[in-house]
Design a protein around this ligand. Structure first.
Ligand SMILES: [Zn+2]
Length: 234
């Protein structure tokens, strides 16, 4: 299968879905990552939005090696994402590029602005993926993928429907997360927990709910004709 993780910023994928991607990769599936923004305001330490974006894209490419993933950057401005015809077209193109059986993305209940818009628009374009008259550059898909939402950043407002046991993959998940060096150093200046500690707390909390040591939690997108297939989860 082809698996697409559609994030809003470099680090979303590793933090909220990395263990699940590692599990898919171990089973021989192909992994794709798309990001709506390159997190170009995500540092008060590095000067210049272009430099921040370049740094964070390089970090994302390093992390992607853990799943042998291909990566596509849409390069919208960080914290500036709004639903638009162009964003929909770019997201449709990115999904068709990956031709996924399963998509993971930010949940619309995440009120962090880019997370909210990315997750909302990925859902809104689902019916367009197979339409041959939709304005897009990539050819239409033959069938609908299953769409699952990963957790919010600290689990706020998120009600999980299904859990993936990532106990065996947890150490590798942390190693992939540690590729995001610029984000980790900046966040340590304004958050009490380190990014790695936040990751452990989230993974243990979802694991506690599901009866595993570490877990990632997901909910499913549902629309008439585009229902999720839970059997595709690893
Ligand atoms: Zn994010």
């Amino acid at each position: 299968m082809n698996i697409l993780a559609f994030g809003s910023h470099p680090d979303d994928v590793e933090f909220l879905c990395g263990g699940t991607l590692l599990k898919y990769r171990k089973k021989g599936h192909s992994i794709f990552i798309a990001l709506t923004t390159s997190g170009n305001i995500g540092s008060n330490v590095i000067n210049g939005r272009d430099v921040i974006a370049k740094t964070r894209e390089e970090e994302q490419l390093q992390a992607a090696k853990f799943y042998d993933a291909q990566v596509r950057f849409l390069r919208y401005n960080d914290e500036g994402l709004v639903d638009s015809e162009q964003l929909r077209r770019d997201i449709i193109n990115a999904i068709r590029w990956a031709s996924p059986d399963v998509i993971f993305t930010n949940p619309p209940c995440d009120l962090s602005t880019d997370h909210n818009v990315t997750g909302t628009v990925v859902g809104r374009v689902m019916l367009s993926l197979v339409g041959k008259n939709i304005p897009a550059d990539e050819p239409p898909m033959k069938r609908f993928p299953s769409l699952f939402y990963w957790d919010t950043s600290a689990g706020v407002n998120f009600v999980p429907e299904v859990y993936v046991d990532i106990t065996e993959e947890y150490d590798q998940k942390v190693k992939a997360l540690l590729c995001h060096k610029s984000q980790i150093s900046w966040m340590s200046e304004y958050e009490d927990q380190s990014f790695v500690d936040s990751c452990r707390i989230m993974s243990e909390f979802r694991g506690l709910q599901a009866g595993y040591t570490y877990a990632e939690a997901f909910s499913a997108f549902r629309l008439h004709g585009v229902m999720p297939d839970f059997s595709l989860l690893p």
